[in-house]
Design a protein around this ligand. Structure first.
Ligand code: PHE
Length: 447
């Protein structure tokens, strides 16, 4: 059977941007930036995205394009008989873990969206948004229904194929998302007192850099946000052919991912400051603080609807890239059709996600690796251990397993004026930085 392909470089770019732009840019970026002092964090984050993230993204995509296979098959094909294929196993494992909890949080977004459609959030719920949110996520089966809906939507897009599902969905979602968020940003800027939010986001207060964890937060956020290290970008790269040049494409993905993160910051912080809320309120910023703000704003119901609609689209365009990683692999090794594979794997992820959801309520006491709850444990193992290990391994593969000319050839960097800088990053600087985050995350070294 002939391998599927994106129809063009633009189709690939939109899909890859869709993968990168997700809950990571809107929900995670805003609270991590809020907790880490705003402006100075942003500068570090930009450094991490463009100096480390984008060069590694180029390496990851090039492995898939060169091998024309899934995340495990690519390594076996390019380095037969070696243990490099283990990198792919880490990727598939992280895909299962990440989509399980990502789907639960995305399910919460759809629930909020529904409340803005049905009028449930037109007035503040009796006990306030905090009690509403807490009651909802700890309920035994309500959040699971919304999670099921989200996973079902993800499955439908993936089983429709690379071109007719993933590419088409992203061609619709990405421009829509950009329009919605830019519109919201303009509105947010028009609020009285909005300027304090802009200053918070764009005026660096360098004193926060005294705390080294800010640096790590920025690096980790760059990694998660660019979808690096799991093989999502590798798998998308495998649907590209040689005539599409990679350096400009990957740079464009980095620029657009950053654009969406900053635009989300411009949507959220002016509103947060205009209503006197603490920007460092943490993961609840989007689910508790923002609905409270929308409730006090003119046209708040419409704004709330647009916001959670945008968040759901962003989450969906990322989740399809996560599901595609194991789908591509299982289709090849079992020779299954795309439909069957997407449904079976999506269902398994749904079941795993149920554990993450129940961990917010009746299983609240279950703390597998000593963290807050099951969802945190999944996030910790995937984001802090498996993604950095996967990214490290991919950088080492291109930097050390390939020789220099193969690395340049695979990435279309032969005639690029900064090719040696790129090579130095992939071979030395990137791996050292990743190792550093990794060791720090598991507490081997403590700053
Ligand atoms: N980048 C996605 C986001 O920002 C999350 C993601 C991580 C997607 C890893 C694929 C792989 O939401």
């Amino acid at each position: 059977m002939e391998r599927e392909k994106f129809s063009s470089k633009l189709g690939f770019m939109l899909a890859a941007i869709g993968s990168a732009v997700g809950l990571g840019n809107i929900w995670r970026f805003s609270y991590v930036a809020g907790e880490n002092g705003g402006g100075a964090f942003l500068v570090l984050y930009l450094f991490c995205v463009f100096i480390i993230g984008v060069p590694l993204l180029l390496a990851e995509v090039s492995i898939g394009r060169k091998a024309q296979s899934d995340v495990i098959g690519s390594f076996s094909r390019l380095s037969p008989g070696t243990p490099w294929f283990m990198t792919g196993f880490f990727g598939v494992l992280s895909a299962f873990l990440i989509l399980s909890f990502y789907g639960v949080v995305a399910g919460w977004c759809i629930y909020y969206l529904w409340n803005y459609i049905s009028g449930g959030f037109f007035v503040e719920p009796a006990g306030g948004y905090a009690a509403e949110f807490g009651g909802f996520i700890s309920h035994a089966w309500h959040p699971i229904l919304w999670h099921a809906l989200f996973i079902a939507l993800t499955i439908v897009i993936v089983y429709s194929g690379v071109k007719k599902g993933i590419e088409l969905a992203n061609k619709i979602f990405m421009p829509t998302l950009a329009l919605l968020l830019v519109g919201l940003a303009i509105y947010s800027l028009s609020l009285d007192g909005a300027w304090a939010g802009i200053e918070f986001l764009f005026t660096p207060d360098w004193s926060v850099l005294g705390d080294p964890s800010v640096f790590l937060a920025a690096l980790g956020q760059a990694f998660f946000s660019l979808s690096l290290g799991m093989g999502a970008m590798l798998t998308y790269g495998s649907y590209l052919s040689k005539e599409n040049k990679l350096p400009s494409a990957t740079f464009g993905i980095g620029v657009m991912d950053t654009f969406f993160a900053i635009i989300s910051g411009i949507v959220i912080f002016p509103a947060v400051f205009a209503f006197g809320i603490d920007p460092g309120s943490g993961p609840e910023l989007v689910f508790i603080t923002l609905p409270g703000i929308f409730g006090q704003m003119p046209f708040g119901e419409i704004i709330g609807f647009i916001f959670f609609f945008a968040l759901t689209l962003a989450a969906l365009s990322s989740s399809v890239s996560i599901l595609e990683v194991p789908v591509a692999f299982f289709m090849r090794i079992f020779n299954w059709g795309r439909k069957k594979t997407s449904i079976i794997l999506g269902f398994i992820m749904f079941v795993l996600g149920m554990a993450a959801s129940l961990g917010m309520g009746i299983w609240a006491g279950v703390t597998p690796i000593g963290s807050n709850n099951i969802m945190d444990s999944m996030d910790f193992i995937a984001s802090n251990i498996l993604l950095p290990l996967g990214g490290l391994s991919m950088a080492l593969f291109v930097g050390w397993y390939f020789n220099k000319s193969t690395a340049f050839e695979a990435t279309d960097m032969q005639d690029n004026s900064i090719r040696d800088i790129w090579y130095g990053i992939v071979k030395y600087i990137g791996p050292i930085m990743i190792l550093f985050i990794f060791l720090n995350a598991i507490g081997v070294i403590g700053w």
